[in-house]
Ligand binder design. Structure first.
Ligand code: ADP
Ligand code: MG
Length: 255
């Protein structure tokens, strides 16, 4: 469904991606692992049309998406793709239900019509009764489930998650990841999740490892994760240029 061929992306001289091939099918979940700075987020940015690769191609179903205009890629990001980050993604001044309704409203659905599906999605993720709470009035796990509800409310074809449980304790992280995997399966969507957590990788259908911008390690199925160094700090505070991931306000992603 989503595939990429020979992706190359440079920032300055060293390549952040150096010829990466990738494919994911509906219902599949792919864990992207590898040391900090190895190119994991850059791969997600290129796959999601947030960033254009220097060369190579990205296709959604059969359509080339890397060559689309910024406007078309932005539309794609609002309608077919969903994003889940480590933190900093909810708008603090909005109640949970409005945070979840936001992607629909940004795509032109009137506020009232958007709140129905938003509440339904919150209910499915076990957040009934929390619709009116602002992010500051929710626990970390609840806030991340609200962010997940917002990601899923558009019924995306592909969910991209960059260290989605990195800021949560183990139990809460496991719960959020369980809900993420279940709902992605229900939607028959694909999931691409960057993670440093071997237990999360083991719950995905497949793991790929990126090292120095290249696919490393042997692609393998499910269990038997072979691990890597334990540097958990895969995020930079700011991504310059057209990188719209990470701690920037999520509305930026949907521009
Ligand atoms: P990871 O997510 O695996 O930690 P990244 O994909 O964020 O790695 O980064 C890969 C490499 O590209 C790193 O050397 C990083 O410093 C560099 N890089 C990523 N994004 C940018 C950017 N917008 N500007 C300059 N360098 C970048
Ligand atoms: Mg990263």
């Amino acid at each position: 469904m989503l595939s990429a061929r020979a992706l190359v992306k440079h920032f300055g001289t060293a390549p952040a991606l150096d010829g990466v091939d990738f494919a994911v099918a509906p219902g599949e979940s792919v864990a992207v692992t590898g040391p900090s700075g190895s190119g994991k987020s850059t791969l997600l940015h290129c796959l999601a049309g947030i960033m254009r690769p220097d060369s190579g191609e990205v296709r959604l179903f059969d359509e080339r998406i890397d060559t689309l205009s910024e406007r078309s890629r932005s539309h794609l990001r609002r309608t077919r793709f969903a994003f889940l980050f480590q933190f900093g993604q909810l708008l603090p001044e909005l109640p949970a239900e409005e945070n979840v309704a936001l992607p629909l409203m940004l795509d032109g659905t009137p506020r009232k019509a958007a709140l129905g599906p938003a509440r339904e999605q919150l209910r499915r993720l076990g957040l009934e009764g929390k619709e009116g709470r602002r992010p500051g009035e929710l626990s970390g796990g609840e806030a991340q489930r609200v962010a997940l509800a917002r990601a899923l409310v558009i019924r995306p074809a592909v969910v991209f998650a960059d260290e989605p449980t990195g800021a949560l304790d183990r139990t809460t992280g496991d719960q959020v990841m369980g809900v993420l995997l279940d709902t992605v399966k229900d939607l028959d969507a694909a999931l691409v999740v960057v993670t440093h957590d071997p237990r999360i990788a083991a719950r995905c259908t497949r793991t790929i490892e990126i090292r120095d911008g290249r696919l490393g390690g042997v692609p393998r199925a499910g269990k038997g994760f072979d691990g890597f160094g334990g540097d958990a700090a895969g995020q930079r505070p700011v991504i310059a240029g057209d990188g719209r991931f990470g701690p920037e306000p999520v509305a930026e992603v949907w521009r």
